[in-house]
Design a binder for this molecule. Structure first.
Ligand SMILES: [Zn+2]
Length: 434
């Protein structure tokens, strides 16, 4: 039986550096990875032999002999990232260099069953791969990204969100069986943090991510790696209680950030002013939460005072969570990611940054900064795909998918990929307000 070789840390580091930097010389790879050139050279030779790295030109320097540059082989492998949320989903395909080669946005799961949702997503992934001309056998695997809490090793959600059927459902295994590819379950905010570290433009190696889709999550990258805690359910900042006598939360607490600041809370606040909801054209159904939030964000961007006040109240609650996170993890940089920040990002950025600069304990040492992701709507899906490239070693040359030697968090398909018999109930997503 074909077996997978577990990739060594130095190999992963070399690939990560080339993925985030583009082209580097052996000297630069050694310096950036903190290793010696004699230690790096055989690793690079091995990666070139595997067809993952190639010579990519000459770097002329003022003194000394020119240096040969190295780069990743983009079409060596591909990975799929799928972000699924109650009100929005996204699919991306990236090449081995981490560049997005295809993608689409879809409606969320709504209250559909996990079986129906997975079948729909699998069908859409097949369509996206086919339209991009990416051969199935060249796809390393899929990163399935959604909210927590999760049991990543078993690939299941530990919450009855969006419906009780989802709790304990074998999400990654079902997706893997349907698509015929290894599938890794990942937290959406953590995935967004991975995307910002290895595919984004964050200028530091330690930073926080504030993630907002239907709900709110957080991520922290420490020295270029996501902080995962004991079992990868860290940084659930949506459940920091800001008001112990506030509204009850699904988590069992009261007055959580999520209950006060999420798009669901903002839209609900707008509906408490019936005239505002009507004027902004809000629909008010659960499936329209992100579209309604986007309508409010666009109105605020266009100068609507009431819409601005609604978002500022949300941003202030999120800022309180950011201050807590900054003080806990000694952070000075935050990135806003997630589809809710598509239009509202700049308003939240300014509001949260001002609060951090006024309240973080270490602000006199380093002035806190807040950035808006360059991929607000697809950051989590991109991170899911990057997680696959960073985690799953390439398959053997015969293309066979091994059944027994995947890493513990990967769910390997045990059957040939079936063709779904019914078309998915996940129609194409129409972004934003009409
Ligand atoms: Zn809560």
């Amino acid at each position: 039986m074909a077996t997978r070789r577990v990739r060594r840390p130095t190999e992963t580091t070399m690939l990560d550096l080339l993925r985030s930097s583009g082209h580097l010389s052996r000297v630069e790879l050694a310096a950036l990875s903190g290793r010696t050139q004699p230690a790096v050279t055989p690793v690079i030779k091995g990666l070139i032999g595997e067809g993952l790295v190639r010579e990519a030109g000459i770097e002329r320097i003022s003194r000394g002999k020119p240096r040969r540059l190295l780069g990743l082989v983009p079409d060596a492998w591909y990975a799929v990232g799928v972000q699924v949320d109650r009100t929005s989903s996204a699919i991306v395909v990236i090449d081995f260099a981490g560049r997005q080669v295809a993608g689409t946005r879809l409606q969320g799961s709504g209250n559909a069953s996990p079986q129906t949702t997975v079948a729909g997503l699998v069908d859409h992934v097949r369509d996206v791969l086919a339209s991009a001309g990416v051969p199935h056998e060249q796809v390393l695997g899929a990163g399935l990204v959604t909210h927590g809490p999760q049991d990543r090793e078993r690939g299941v959600l530990l919450t009855a969100q969006p419906t009780p059927q989802w709790s304990g459902f074998p999400l990654a295994a079902t997706f893997s069986d349907g698509l015929g590819l290894p599938t890794l379950l990942e937290n959406d905010a953590t995935a967004a943090a991975i995307a910002e570290q290895w595919g984004g433009s964050v200028p530091v190696d330690t930073f926080g991510v504030l993630y907002m889709a239907t709900g709110i999550g957080g991520g922290v990258v420490v020295d270029r790696e996501p902080y995962r805690g004991r079992a990868s359910n860290a940084l659930e900042i949506g459940h920091i209680s800001l008001d112990r006598s506030g509204p009850p939360c699904v988590c069992g607490s009261r007055g959580c950030v999520q209950e006060l600041a999420s798009p669901v809370a903002v839209v609900a606040a707008a509906f408490r002013q019936a005239a505002t909801a009507h004027r902004l054209g809000l629909r008010g159904t659960p499936g329209d939460v992100l579209a309604d939030f986007e309508r409010i964000a666009r109105a605020a961007r266009d100068g609507d005072r009431t819409a601005t006040t609604l978002l500022e109240a949300s941003a202030d609650h999120l800022a309180a969570a950011a201050v807590t996170l900054a003080n806990l993890f000694d952070l000075a940089t935050f990135v806003l990611a997630g589809p809710a920040f598509a239009t509202a990002g700049p308003l939240y950025r300014a509001r949260i940054e001002a609060t951090l600069r006024a309240e973080v304990l270490s602000r006199d040492l380093i002035t806190p900064d807040v950035l808006v992701s360059t991929n607000t709507s697809t950051a989590a899906a991109l991170g899911g795909a990057l997680h696959v490239l960073r985690t799953l070693p390439p398959r053997p040359a015969d293309g066979a998918v091994p059944l027994t030697t995947t890493p513990p968090t990967a769910t390997s398909p045990t059957t040939a990929s079936p063709t779904p018999t019914d078309r998915p109930a996940v129609p194409a997503f129409s972004t934003g307000a009409p």
